[in-house]
Write a protein that binds this ligand. Sequence first.
Ligand code: ADP
Length: 172
Amino acid sequence: MRLVLLGPPGAGKGTQAKKIVARLGIPQLSTGDMLREAVASRSTSGLRAKHIMDRGELVPDEVVVSVVTNRIDHLDTANGFILDGFPRTVTQAEALDQELATRGIKLDAVLELEVDEDALLDRIRGRAEEATTSGGYIRSDDNPEVFKTRLDVYRAQTALAKLSPHPMRSDT
Ligand code: ADP
């Protein structure tokens, strides 16, 4: 089963993806996690991505597309995968279509999570407070200010892209 999971920041894509992983035994390919790993490894592309991610903006399409296509070629995706947080732009969606076609494979479904924006903001505030009080890990982009940018970017570049003449689609 090859799935794409879409939705605004804070919608719970990661949480839902993990449930699907447990049920179907296919890997979760989260571009956010892969980029955070690149940042942690202090590679040149990781360091470049860090500044963009800290501002809540999108990492350039070519960087993300290359990260995803390399990951799709790992052996553990033989029975499928869940793409979490990719594609987010029309260019990424078209690149994915092309890369899948080259490999002779197709998506089975695209799932979109819809969450009320006030609920998203409450959730992100809660997440930040919880991490602060428990002294736990907090993502550098999980604060109300950057979160607002992530939401704006989602609205402008991902949600609107679905309405474009070349919508993100699961039938190719
Ligand atoms: P969220 O969906 O909550 O914003 P992610 O972990 O999916 O969190 O993404 C964190 C950051 O990683 C994004 O704000 C963006 O900077 C970068 N990123 C993740 N996926 C993509 C993508 N497909 N295209 C461009 N940038 C991405």
